[in-house]
Design a protein around this ligand. Sequence first.
Ligand SMILES: [Zn+2]
Ligand SMILES: [Zn+2]
Length: 282
Amino acid sequence: MKKVGIFYHPSFSRKSYMTIGNRLRDFPEALEELLTRPNVQMFTSPRASEELILKVHAPEMLRMVARDPFCSTAYESVGGVVAGMEALAKGEIDRAFCFIGAGGHHAGYRQFWGACCFNDVVIAITRVREISSWRRFAIYDTDAHHGDGTRQLVDGDPEVLHVCFCGANYASADGTKVDVDVYRLAWAADANRQYVDAVRHQLPRVAQFRPDLLIWYYGFDTHLEDYGSLGLTEEAYFQICDLMIATAEECGIPLQVVLGGGSLPHLALATIPEIIRRLVEH
Ligand SMILES: [Zn+2]
Ligand SMILES: [Zn+2]
């Protein structure tokens, strides 16, 4: 049975950034049943330190984030992703689901946009490389938008595989930075199947790359009702979740799910507990 850690802070439900309104209003209550399982533990996301954040971002980012009311949960958002990755690296848990109040993948060295503030995943990777032997990381980003901040920060890092499902096709010469155009299949009659196939098609890269950790950046803004709609429904996310679990298992590595975009409370409620249930049971 896999040990699953959930990283959450009450501020994510109360004052999450405006573009996603109160999308997490039903949490943590919606996790009640899952939290009775013996292999599930919930942790309160701690604040990340400025010292750690400054290993990834320019000093003026601290002032820029402090001025932005959308970023009121920025430090806890990063802190939960860092704590989750640390617990995975120490072997304390096998899988993690990290809630956030402010996003990460549009945060670059000196700029952020799109409801992101600090780059949670890159900061966590920086930390885990300091405290463990982990060096190699695979990031699969199925948020609706291009993970421009993450790409900027890991671009020169051959030990990070960054596969992003967005609006263009691209592959770096060394094959570690990949974009897959999924916008072309938006609103196709079988958009779910085509999108999931596009993800499946990219997953053999993980075994070839031999990372220490697989990170799934999960946004549900691709849902047919949400702001980055590609016409997907809930079922697509569950199938992607199963693919991520199977890939991590095949490679013998842990899996960390980091929440990205998506604005609608009923979609958060319909998808997040089910994704965690799969992490717990499969
Ligand atoms: Zn997005
Ligand atoms: Zn992209």
